[in-house]
Design a protein around this ligand. Structure first.
Ligand SMILES: [Fe+2]
Ligand SMILES: [Fe+2]
Length: 214
């Protein structure tokens, strides 16, 4: 299958699932933004390709089996519930490998919650043992969650500056510090609209990320 067709297949799966599944519906625009951030960051470090595009779009697809009650629980999450949430990287890996037959993209999905210091999941991989693409998705995912996505669950959000400071604070512990520096360069180029004006729709996302000169 050609890469264009592969992406269309992944996109079809994504839109089908984000329509039918109440949990993934919540993540639809988060996933689209993470994909767009990841494409641009990937281009900046020279590793952009369709596997990165598909993996970033589907990075949280493994949450399909979770209930809203666990995922959006306002009180403290129990150990078992945390383990269930963590399983989404492995489930996502299986979906990409077995359903979409994309073993390379599947590894990027598996790696998106690994940490540079080895304290992440599911494997506790360290540093460059984590795929570069997994590290890229991890940074874009964290930034979007802190600045925009939390808003969907009525949780407080950080400003872009605060979130960038947080990424830097976690450089070389949670994140690859070199990629955080590149992400800062990207933010300077992108000029994101203020979070209050973000709208959950595709034209908004297209207009923000339609930056071609990277
Ligand atoms: Fe995730
Ligand atoms: Fe995510």
């Amino acid at each position: 299958m050609k890469s264009e067709e592969l992406f269309l297949k992944a996109e079809e799966l994504f839109s089908q699932i984000s329509q039918d599944n109440e949990v993934l519906r919540l993540f639809k625009y988060h996933s689209l933004r993470v994909m767009n951030f990841s494409i641009l960051l990937g281009k900046m470090v020279g590793c952009y390709d369709d596997d990165l595009k598909i993996a970033s779009l589907l990075h949280d697809i493994g949450k399909i089996g979770l209930t809203k009650e666990i995922l959006l629980k306002p009180s403290k999450i129990e150990d078992l519930e945390y383990q269930i949430i963590q399983a989404h990287s492995t489930i996502g890996n299986n979906i990409l490998r077995k359903t979409l037959n994309l073993p390379r993209a599947a590894v990027f999905v598996r790696d998106h919650h690994e940490r540079w210091d080895g304290k992440g999941y599911p494997r506790g991989l360290e540093g460059e043992d984590i795929t570069l693409q997994g590290r890229i998705i991890g940074i874009c995912d964290a930034f979007d969650t802190m600045t925009i996505d939390r808003r969907s669950y009525n949780q407080s959000i950080l400003t872009y500056e605060e979130a960038l400071r947080e990424l830097k604070r976690c450089s070389w512990s949670q994140f690859d510090g070199r990629l955080v520096d590149k992400f800062e360069d990207l933010l300077n180029i992108l000029k994101l609209p203020c979070p209050e004006t973000w709208k959950e729709n595709e034209p908004m996302i297209r207009s923000v990320f339609s930056f071609e000169n990277i």
